[in-house]
Design a protein around this ligand. Structure first.
Ligand code: SF4
Length: 363
């Protein structure tokens, strides 16, 4: 049994999916999330046990809407999608083949589907476009915190001129060529996970990973109708963040070394207070973005608020206040009621300056 298994207790480790892996990149500086995820701990159940259930989840209406839009785009061997790729993105696709890998000969076994995915993509990459254009539900694998997880994507891998693109279908609307920035950002993070996993598959087959493009095709409903529209999304930034976070998860030893001896996060064995104390021994870096991406958000927000942490102010303000950990300290430095340490001299000067301007403006 590894140290991470001991931390989790007897519960089975929670599987990751693209959403959970993508969420890792939202707050790469947080040790708490890195550790809980590396140990496969169910953060949703942990947060509920602590009295702070997660503030998000998809409504049944949203799930139904997403499924019907997905079916529309993929109907008749992805006829809609091909039209979009030709018209909207101006691609010259003459003939297109379509392979659905959601089951293989009636079997939906993950290993079988993954093997089939590898074989089809390898053949398509080696033999060129004629060997495959659209691959629906490719089953991918990714190494997370030292173990391999399957990614069950609702995506399509699409090949044109020897380059492969991930096609992500989302049901949020694009109105007047504008979409909700938060939803686009979440889609970009999730798509980056698929690009990353697809590149890993190519590398393991001795193929050039760069043949998987960082440009993802995002398909959404246009305006208030259900007509699909497509756009290209560059996910290079998200890939870099994901790479950083995944390598942090495999170097979890530093965080483990700092933990008190004998600690566990097993919620079955502890009262909510005991579990809260255990969780609080691992440093968190709360940021407002956590509220839409991490199940522990309400617990961490309450903790940051109680401690007066500058984390509450958001990442930009926190980074600009580098070296000043709490809001009372920042206020004390600004009004000169607190002496700055040598490292705080510069930021104290800036805070006093900002305070002077603020007082003048108010006066
Ligand atoms: S909610 Fe808490 S555990 Fe999750 S990423 Fe934010 S600070 Fe870390």
């Amino acid at each position: 049994m590894t140290r991470l298994d001991t931390l989790r207790g007897p519960a089975a480790p929670l599987d990751h999916n693209a959403r959970t892996i993508a969420a890792l990149a939202v707050n790469p500086g947080c040790d708490r999330r890195a550790l809980l995820d590396a140990a496969g701990i169910d953060k949703q159940r942990t947060a509920t046990h602590l009295g702070y259930p997660a503030p998000f989840g998809q409504s049944p209406f949203a799930i139904t809407r997403a499924a019907s839009f997905d079916a529309l785009v993929k109907a008749n061997g992805c006829a809609h999608l091909l039209r979009l790729l030709r018209d909207t993105l101006d691609l010259s696709i003459s003939e297109a083949s379509y392979s659905d890998i959601s089951d293989v000969g009636g079997s939906d076994n993950h290993q079988v589907r993954h093997t089939r995915t590898r074989a089809l993509l390898k053949r398509a990459a080696s033999d060129g476009e004629g060997a495959g254009t659209l691959f629906d539900h490719p089953l991918l694998k990714l190494g997370v915190a030292g173990h391999q997880v399957y990614l069950e994507p609702a995506i399509i891998a699409f090949q044109i001129e020897g380059r492969f693109h991930v096609v992500e279908i989302k049901s949020f609307a694009v109105i007047d060529d504008q979409a909700d920035a938060g939803q686009v950002a979440a889609a970009a993070r999730q798509s980056a996970v698929y690009v990353y996993a697809l590149r890993a598959l190519f590398a393991s087959e001795g193929l050039d990973p760069d043949r998987v493009s960082h440009d993802v095709v995002l398909v959404c409903p246009k305006d208030f109708a259900n007509h699909p529209t497509a756009t290209l999304l560059d996910v290079r930034q998200q890939l870099a963040a994901l790479d950083r976070q995944l390598s942090r998860l495999t170097r979890i030893d530093r965080i483990l070394d700092e933990l008190p001896v004998g600690i566990t996060f097993d919620i079955e064995a502890q009262s909510p207070d005991e579990a809260a104390k255990a969780v609080s021994t691992v440093d968190a870096r709360f940021a407002p973005e956590c509220l839409s991406s991490c199940e522990m958000a309400l617990f961490c927000r309450a903790e940051a608020r109680d401690s007066g942490s500058t984390d509450m102010l958001g990442r930009t303000a926190r980074d600009e206040l580098g070296g000043v950990e709490s809001i009372p300290t920042a206020l004390g430095l600004a009004d000169d009621s607190r002496l700055p340490s040598p490292e705080q001299t510069e930021i104290a000067e800036q805070l006093r300056y900002v305070r002077r301007i603020y007082i003048e403006a108010v006066a």
